[in-house]
Design a protein around this ligand. Structure first.
Ligand code: FAD
Ligand code: MLT
Ligand code: ZN
Length: 432
């Protein structure tokens, strides 16, 4: 550790190499508390060149590296499970001037989503991806996980927002392509490759982001009750152009209190401008409609508070973020209780339009992955994906083959070997 610490300090300065137990501990455990490990040091570079210097030191000393942003990831991909050095990107937090004509901005990897959104606001612009962890999740982490979130039905995942990228590869080279040109067919799409690469192919240091028109306050938000998921889907198709369609169930809502709408299935719909008459949608049992921003925030709270409410139950949750074909969503939801061990608490919610359910199971110990196995196999058998938006991380790498063929995984390994032949970058995630 002494040599490593001294060598890292020669790159970033001693103050940016954290080795005290109590300082390191926050970087050693994931947001859910399910995944934890140990690191010899947390290193906090302040520039892309310093990132390159850190990687050179780690390579020469044979120390593997886990990149970490806001540490809000939910698959244990950003924590040092096998003694890796934690490379924290949070100091790369600069947000550049907003280019109003291009509707783009360049942000450091460590800038939070909230910081970039605030910088875009005076220009009437916003980041198209939004999620409840906006105050802590970083742009680099969101690119690395290809985050989806609450506006995916309208603007897609992070990959759609990336117009260019700067990253440091394992050999210390800096690849920078931040021009943000609308058309640019000059070979391989390295930015696209890094989206969803979970810190295994390169360290993202800056991102050129495409922005979208900011919605402002002219929105209508409603919590709408239905008797079944299928009824909710039929209403969603009748609801016109939606800005959000988020699904919840009584078990999750009950963790938060007495919701304004009570029904077997509750959906938060949001429209720009005014809504089509909510009561006229097919199958509606009950509804609460909000137009002022404070009323809207109150309805969104019921949705966004789910994640923290599950963490407050106590034992770390098993978080199974999956996609089902929309036609199979209803049947899958009905089957979930049969997949969970007796006595466990199960809470489900998700992004309805994407067929993306968050199946949260509380009860089984962190390292007992039998419920993960049962749920992920059922998802694969139903034609779904074992990771909708959180990634594979360490939590799901055992099951990668449920969603990817042997040939695909071999191609993944070839890409990994080409860009990181020594296995320096996040060697314990994604690939089984
Ligand atoms: P971290 O957790 O620090 O890291 C995540 C992964 O990215 C790790 O594998 C890490 O090694 C890698 N990484 C981080 N930074 C870099 C970098 N600069 N270069 C290379 N690799 C890097 N996710 C969704 O998709 N949709 C949601 O709606 C959503 N809602 C959430 C709500 C809450 C309350 C919480 C706690 C989480 C939520 N998440 C959601 C998960 C999480 O916020 C996202 O995965 C987010 O993209 C992680 O960003 P981060 O900066 O915290 O990354
Ligand atoms: C969400 O949509 O709430 C997030 O993806 C976080 C979670 O699954 O807990
Ligand atoms: Zn989600």
């Amino acid at each position: 550790v002494g040599d490593l610490e001294r060598a890292l300090a020669s790159v970033v300065g001693a103050a940016q190499v954290l080795v005290d137990d109590d300082v390191r501990s926050g970087y050693e455990v994931d947001w859910t508390g399910r995944f934890r490990g140990r690191t010899p040091a947390v290193v906090r570079p302040g520039s892309a060149d310093e990132v390159a210097g850190v990687l050179a030191v780690c390579r020469s000393l044979g120390a593997a590296v886990v990149p970490q942003g806001g540490n809000t990831g939910l698959v244990g991909g950003g924590v040092p499970l096998a003694g890796e050095v934690v490379l924290s990107l949070r100091r790369l937090a600069t947000v550049g001037p907003v280019d109003r004509l291009a509707a783009q901005v360049t942000a450091g990897a460590g800038a939070t989503l909230e910081a970039v959104s605030s910088a875009a606001a005076p220009c009437g612009l916003d980041v198209g991806v939004d999620l409840a962890a906006r105050g802590s999740a970083t742009i680099g982490g969101m690119v690395a996980t290809n985050a989806g979130g609450l506006r995916h039905l309208r603007h897609g995942a992070m990959r759609s927002a990336v117009a260019g990228i700067e990253a440091v590869l394992a050999d210390g080279s800096v690849v920078s392509h931040l021009g943000g040109l609308a058309k640019d067919n000059t070979g391989y799409d390295l930015a696209g490759l890094l989206c969803g690469s979970e810190g295994t192919l390169g360290v993202v240091t800056a991102v050129r982001l495409r922005l979208v028109p900011r919605l402002g306050d002219d929105l209508t938000t409603a919590l709408v009750g239905f008797s079944s998921v299928d009824d909710a889907l039929v209403a969603m198709r009748a609801a016109g152009v939606l800005e959000a369609a988020e699904v919840m169930f009584p078990s999750g809502l009950a963790l938060l209190g007495t919701p304004p709408v009570s029904a077997p299935v509750v959906v938060l719909f949001e429209w720009a401008g005014s809504s089509p008459g909510v009561p006229d949608l097919p199958g509606v049992l009950d509804a609460a409609v909000a137009t002022s921003s404070s009323q809207r925030a109150a309805l969104w709270w019921w949705r966004e508070a789910h994640t923290e409410a599950v963490n407050r139950l106590g034992p770390p949750p098993h978080k199974l973020d999956v996609t089902l074909p929309l036609g199979g969503l209803s049947g899958f939801v009905a089957s979930v209780p049969s997949l969970v061990p007796p006595g466990a608490t199960v809470v489900v919610w998700g992004h309805l339009a994407d067929g993306n359910l968050h199946v949260n199971v509380v009860g089984p110990p962190p390292d007992d992955d039998s419920v993960d196995d049962a749920v992920l196999r059922a998802v694969a058998a139903a034609g779904g994906s074992i990771s909708a938006e959180h990634g594979i991380g360490t939590a799901k790498k055992r099951w990668l083959a449920l969603g990817r063929s042997e040939a695909e995984i071999a191609a993944f390994r070839a890409v990994k070997r080409a860009l990181d032949p020594d296995g320096l970058l996040n060697p314990n995630v994604l690939l089984p």
